[in-house]
Structures are given as C-alpha cells and as structure tokens.
Design a binder for this molecule. Structure first.
Ligand code: ATP
Ligand code: MG
Length: 587
C-alpha cells in the first residue's frame, strides 16, 4: 500500500489505479489483509506487555458542523480497531468552543455514527471535564508551571519569535503563585472582560517547537455553552483539553490527523503534569487526513456553502457530508468499503470521487430492484397494437438476485422512450432505434420504427412503429428468441407515474477546489451540479417511500427523496450506471 502515499504532500491518485487496487483488495481474504501502521503500533505495544484488555479508543468530533466523508475514515479506523480488539470506543464531543458549537450538531453526529453501523461504548463530552481541568490548572499554577498573562493577543504574538528565532518572555511570566491564583479565580468568576487575561503554561519561549512557547490554556469567553450554559466564562484550549480528556477516559491510543503531530510534545507535556504511573497513559499517533476530489472536506467550508445558500442545507445530496450521502442514496456498507479500500496513510493525498462511486455502484448493483423510468421522453405509438389494448408483462426484479422475484409491468399502444434512443438516421454502430431499424423493448416485444412526426420547428414529437406480436420476451417462440442488437427501456404512457427527478453532478468542476493559492474554493463551483427534470416511472413505484432505492434500467441508481409526498414522487440520482453506450455509439 505504500505506493499510495506518494512523494509530495498533496497529489491526486489515479482512479483507475484505485479500481485495480480495490479489485485486488476484494479478492484477498480478510485474514490475508496486511496490518496498517497504526495496527503495527498497537501490536508492538501488546508485544511489549501492554494488556490487551486495556485497549480503548475514541472518536472525538467537535460539534461545530456535520460529519463528512473524511470523518468516515476516522470513524472506521477507531471503531474498526474497537471491533478488531474487542475494545471499547468512546464517542467524545470535543466541545470547548461555545462560539461555534451547537446541540443540533451533536444530534446529527450521533445519528451519522449510528447509521454508519457503529456503536460507541460511552458518550462523553469534554465539557464534563471542565471542573477537573480547572482543578488541574490550579495545580499547575501552584507548581509554578502556569501563569496569567495580561497582555493583548497582539503583544503575545509579537513575542512568539519564529521557528529559527527564540521568543521573548512575557513581562507577566514571573508573577507570584498567589497573584496567579487570584487572577485565575477572578477570570473564572467573571471579573474580567474577554481578551484581558489568559492562562498560559510556563514551558519554554526558546523551544524550537513554537507550540511549546508558553501555550495558552484558558481564555475568558462570556458565552453560553450548549451544555454547561453560563456555568463557565473561561474555556480551556484544545491542547490542554484533549490529552487530559483522553487520560480521564483512559484511552490507550489517541488517533488524530497529521496536523497534530507537532502538538504531540505538548500533549505529552500536559500529561506529564497529571499522570498517575498506575494508570494508562494515552499515546497520540497521527494519520493523514483524507481528501476527496471535486469537493471540500472541511466543516468550516461546508458551513459557508450552507450559509450562502449554495446548497440546500448540510444534507443536500451534493454535499460530501454523511447526511448528504445518506440522502443521496449511499449505503453505510458502501462508505465503509470505501474507507476500508483507501485505508490509512502517512501522507495527505486526494482520493478520486470515482472510487467512492465505484463502491456505491458495486453495492447497489447487488441489492437494488430494477425498474423502468424514462427521464427525457418522446412518444412512441405502436400502430398495429389494438387501440385500447393493455397487457401485463413479467419482469425480473434483479438479475443479480433470484430471490428478488418478478413483478408485472403494463404494456399498451402508446409508450415513452428516451429521446436519445431514437434517430431518424444513424450509422451501423447506433444500436438503438432508427427509421427502418428494429430494437427489443425490454421485457416486451421487438418493434420496428416506420415513421416519425415533427412539429413546426422540426423537432420530432412522435415515432410510429410496428411490433411483432410473436416476439414477446420469455414466450419461447422462435420470434422471441430472435436477436436484435439494441434493447430499450420504456414506460406505458397511460400507466406511468410522473415524478420529479433530481440529477446531481459534482459540486465543484475542479478536482481540488481548495488547493489554489490565489483563488477561493467557491470560484470552482459547478453551475450544473443539479438538474431537475420530470420523469415517468412505471406504476409499481407509485407507492415508493422515502429512502427506497431502485436501479432505473440503463440510467443509474436512484432513491426516493424525503421531499416526496403522497401526491408527488421525488427521486435523487445516487449515481449513473457506467455508460456502456458511450463506447458502443461512435456517433
Ligand atoms: P474539519 O476541518 O472538517 O472541521 P476537524 O479535524 O476540525 O475537521 P473534528 O471534529 O475535530 O474535525 O474531527 C474529528 C476527528 O476526525 C478528528 O480525529 C480528526 O482528526 C478526524 N478527521 C477530520 N477530518 C478528517 C479527514 N478529512 N480525514 C480523516 N480524518 C479526519
Ligand atoms: Mg476542528
């Protein structure tokens, strides 16, 4: 798998390579699957005597947005390890910033993790540890390892130094323990305005690691928190909170994304101050963020799309959020398989969205019933079929799954077929319908196009055909076994149900919209990411319910959207079928 990491920090992986790889992966038995580097670290720890029953993991989202496909990698990694080692996995909300966090996000995150098929051991909140963290901060102050700084943030920034130049000590660095205790208590009690004081760890202003230059532990924020309300007006910073929360929960392996690697010495320094040698000391290890092509995986950027009304909410089916993918018709299995195929890496890269599409097609191909729908209709009349004739034909629900059974579909004299499936004239490689040519109507008869009618502007409005009554599919007659090159889907006009069909395309036209130095990611929005059409579906779909999935034959995989009502069906296109026509038709 090391080939995937590449040499650069950020590069696109060729989807063909991934498809090849995923086939290879699928053909390997589970037992033959090699360990990833995180599993190697755990195995090494077990070999060195770490008790297996003390393994414990966590997935730690900040409730400041909805989970996206990048988070799915982290969820599958942590919960996957939990299953593999039979170890508990906590769902920990990293809720230390009341400005951006909301209960709505907590609820959505829980729903998404459950929907992906995972069960957490304990639902935890960093905010539940505010008192404990505060008490530990007092301990640090008493030991002379933390102090209250009363400078402005600009002043502090100007003293930070650079990676090659030491910083300058704050004039408040040597405040007495008593003064620090009293000021910190004042901060907690709400005696001070925001921005007047912060609590800083006293580490080393000359450390080559800038994060170790007296990092801020607490700031004053007069903001209500979604759980602790106004109990606190000081809030702990991420670095101070994260490791200590891992320790409180006795997490053995705290897995985070690569940008936290330089934070690891600070994570360890904070742990050193509180850790009891008889307890588990959490270990932070880092893996690469997963990026998906033609989209952005950052809650902050996704929030902008929602707030600017570019999409219709976090669960818009074009969003790379778990809730968007769910609404679009993705299955949890397909997302887990995708995460499993890309595995985890040590370097950042961009995974082509076609790999995600490969996995959803692969799954839906196995489970979706096949039905007929016409999305860009043209009328076809079978002139030698009885005027008010009607018959119900047998159709297989899923050729991949015999147990899916059959259903009946109505046939009559007037049908819709796709406009693209007819041409007055075409060369020999056009296997669809042309004047004088024959095709089979799926599950029905062989027809021959005799003539067509046009409107004043020359647009074809109707095709007249004849049919061979002896050619009915499955009837066993010589005529029914006759081979014709093309098979078309169709619906009977009198029986079809009109439906709104939402055709989605990539949200961004550029593969890596947020990687351009001088351009905003919004500059690369695809103006054609949503097309709404009226389609006609066979009547068996009249009762379909939100979430139901179907393969519209020759068109793609679709599901019923939650906007559907009794009077109006609404479908989302999850993904197109691989376009076999593109190869066959050399126009
Ligand atoms: P965002 O920038 O989208 O807000 P984040 O890292 O701030 O992402 P968190 O809520 O802090 O989001 O993430 C929870 C966990 O998921 C963290 O351990 C984080 O490292 C991991 N994670 C987030 N994004 C990705 C990604 N694209 N690929 C893999 N893991 C991710
Ligand atoms: Mg974050």
């Amino acid at each position: 798998m090391h080939l995937l990491y590449g040499e650069g920090n950020f590069y696109a992986v060729n989807p063909a390579f991934f498809l090849h790889l995923s086939f290879k992966f699928c053909s390997m038995s589970a037992s033959a699957k090699s360990l990833n580097f995180i599993e190697h670290i755990i195995e090494e720890d077990l070999k060195n005597g770490f008790p297996e029953k003390q393994l414990r993991f966590r997935f730690p989202p900040e409730p400041n947005g909805y989970l996206h496909i990048g988070h799915a990698s982290s969820i599958c990694l942590n919960f996957g390890l939990g299953l593999q080692y039979n170890a508990p996995v906590n769902l920990r909300f990293d809720d230390t910033n009341p400005i951006k966090e909301e209960q709505e996000y907590v609820d959505a995150i829980k729903e998404d993790v459950k929907w992906l098929g995972y069960q957490w051991d304990t639902e935890c909140y960093a905010s539940d540890y505010f008192q404990e963290l505060y008490d530990w901060a007092l301990l640090l102050i008493r030991e002379g390892k933390a102090y209250v700084d009363s400078q402005t943030s600009e002043e502090m920034a100007s003293q930070k130094g650079t990676p090659t130049e030491a910083g300058v000590n704050s004039p408040y660095r040597n405040r007495s323990v008593e003064e620090n205790l009293s000021l910190f208590e004042g901060m907690k009690n709400g005696d001070f305005e925001e921005g007047t004081h912060v609590l800083r760890a006293k580490i080393d202003m000359a450390s080559p690691n800038m994060l170790m230059r007296d990092p801020i532990m607490y700031r004053v924020l007069h903001k209500a928190h979604h759980r602790t309300n106004t109990d606190w007006c000081i809030y702990p910073m991420y670095d101070w909170t994260h490791g200590e929360s891992d320790y409180i929960e006795q997490i053995s392996h705290s897995l985070c994304t690569l940008e936290f690697k330089p934070h690891r010495p600070l994570y360890d320094w904070f742990l050193d101050q509180v850790v009891d040698p008889d307890k588990v000391r959490p270990k932070q290890r880092e893996f690469a963020r997963r990026n998906l092509s033609h989209t952005v995986v950052s809650k902050r950027k996704l929030l902008q799309l929602v707030e600017k009304g570019i999409v219709n909410g976090w669960d818009d089916p074009r969003m790379p959020t778990i809730s968007g993918l769910r609404r679009r018709g993705y299955t949890p299995e397909s997302i887990r398989n995708f995460a499993d195929t890309i595995g985890i890496a040590k370097r950042e890269n961009v995974v082509d969205v076609s790999l995600l599409e490969f996995h959803i097609r692969d799954h839906l191909n196995k489970i979706d019933p096949r039905v007929m729908a016409v999305l860009n209709p043209i009328k076809l009349v079978i002139t030698n079929y009885p005027e008010d004739g009607e018959e119900w034909l047998q159709a297989e629900n899923n050729p991949e799954d015999e147990s899916a059974g059959t259903r009946e579909i109505p046939f009559s004299r007037e049908l819709y077929i796709e406009r693209e499936d007819f041409r007055e004239e075409a060369n020999r490689k056009f296997f669809r319908l042309k004047l004088g040519g024959e095709v089979r109507l799926k599950n029905a008869y062989i027809i021959k196009a005799e003539s067509c009618t046009k409107d004043e502007s020359g647009n074809i409005v109707e095709i007249q055909c004849t049919y061979d009554p002896k050619s009915k599919s499955g009837s066993g007659t010589e005529e029914s076994l006759r081979k014709v090159k093309g098979t078309l889907h169709w619906v009977s006009i009198a029986h079809a149900v009109a439906a709104e069909v939402r055709l989605y395309d990539r949200l961004f036209s550029d593969a890596t919209p947020d990687s351009h130095k001088d351009r905003e990611f919004m500059d690369f929005l695809n103006p054609e990411s949503l097309e709404v059409v009226t389609g006609y579906v066979e009547p068996s779909l009249a009762e379909a319910k939100p979430g139901d999935r179907f393969q519209f034959q020759r068109l793609g995989y679709f599901n019923v959207d939650q906007d559907s009502s009794e009077d109006k069906l609404v479908f989302n296109r999850t993904v197109t079928l691989r376009d076999t026509w593109a190869k066959i038709d050399q126009k």
